[in-house]
Design a protein around this ligand. Sequence first.
Ligand code: XMP
Length: 519
Amino acid sequence: KILILDFGAQYTQLIARRIREIGVYCEIWAWDHDPADIARFNPKGIILSGGPESTTEEGSPRAPQQVYDSGLPILGICYGMQTMAMQLGGMVEGGHHREFGYAEVEVTGDDKLLGALTDHPGRQGLDVWMSHGDRVTRLPEGFSVTGRTDSVPIIAMADEARRWYGVQFHPEVTHTKQGETLLRRFVLDVCGCRALWTAANIIDDQIARVRAQVGSDEVILGLSGGVDSSVVAALLHRAIGEQLTCVFVDTGLLRWKEGDQVMAMFAAASEQGGMGVKVVRVNAADRYFSALAGVTDPEAKRKIIGNLFVEIFEEESNKLKNARWLAQGTIYPDVIESAGSKTGKAHVIKSHHNVGGLPEHMKLGLVEPLRELFKDEVRRLGVELGLPREMVYRHPFPGPGLGVRILGEVKREYAELLAQADAIFIEELRKAGWYDRTSQAFAVFLPVKSVGVVGDARAYEWVIALRAVETIDFMTAHWAHLPYEFLDTVSRRIVNELRGISRVVYDISGKPPATIEWE
Ligand code: XMP
């Protein structure tokens, strides 16, 4: 396994994902994590990440001395290379023109990391992606230059005897074409890791761990129909079978027919194609609609929906007298975010969480088998566990569901219309091959009456807005340029098939300034 020390770069999680894709387990720790743990973790190599700060500034973060004393291979990336240079007696200078984007690196050495890599036949040129202001201007003792560009004489350095490497560019982003090869060389060839981190191995390992953790106790799980909780359900079912009970709350704010689909996929006995998981379905739509009656403020709506979920989940779990454990679909990015260092991680990005807090007085132990996994790994696990691909690779759906896609007051009538309009949109996206080319797409219900002509009569009916975005991280997004003919098909179907909708509009706002959801 590999240890990644994080200096706060946006890309640190990408480094970890790339390494795991290669098949090697790794963890991300904040740079100021207790260094005594490093020996205990026992990695085969250490990566120092990039970071937003400048090593030339007083008090900027440094790698703990243990890293250099460990005798392990080290790869410093961007800030990581600079802090290595500084700490080992080289020099870094700031104040240069910031270099951002593509650059061509001339590979000047024959080291194990960069040696003989090239993107251009006939010359040693690597296309890489840069983002830096500072640069290393003097090598530390023992190092040689292994790469340069026209403007920066030291873009990569290596001390092959100690197996220490530094690169100024970012091998973890896909714009650096040979980035994966470089990381593969580091973790497999230099560090000597073996590629054993595969979906099948992870499943076997987690099954053994869950069995050891819970023994013969009963476990409950809140199944939402989303990817994470579904994968936990499938995994735990395989690990402990009948000891698992899932609680599925049908809020009335889910996707069209989603409740029935979840039950069919998990609960229905195997001859009907289901997995035979014990699922308690709570039909709570009435409770949700009455709790939401008259409420128009988006935050108030979110709170009501979240609290009601906790309330219902608690009621159901109290009925399961023997449950000792609560399973949750916590994934690795949640763990990293809540454990970020106080000083180094200035740039933590908070994700939305579906469930605020679960009842503490229930005194249940936590089972979190996805705690070490990234979303793409969770998806691969899901496929390996036999969940339908279509479900596993579905667009994200917000915890409060249609509650935040019906503007203002939520009513059953609106939810039903919206769910159907949304289903039409999604069905057409899949048919046209656009579903996988968009990151998230959905319909929004606008409680605005607009005039239309339906048949011969004048109608005065509601409006549906369509939203489709392309994004990598959901922090910024572009609206998807769906073809006019496609939008035409969707619009006609919605107006023709749904009574009560006379107008369809397409949202052409980017994020920022607009958010992806409308509330
Ligand atoms: P925004 O609207 O903030 O959405 O641009 C970014 C991503 O987060 C999802 N989202 C939520 N997810 N609970 C959730 O679980 C929420 O309250 C919530 N609000 C937004 C949204 O669908 C998008 O993927």
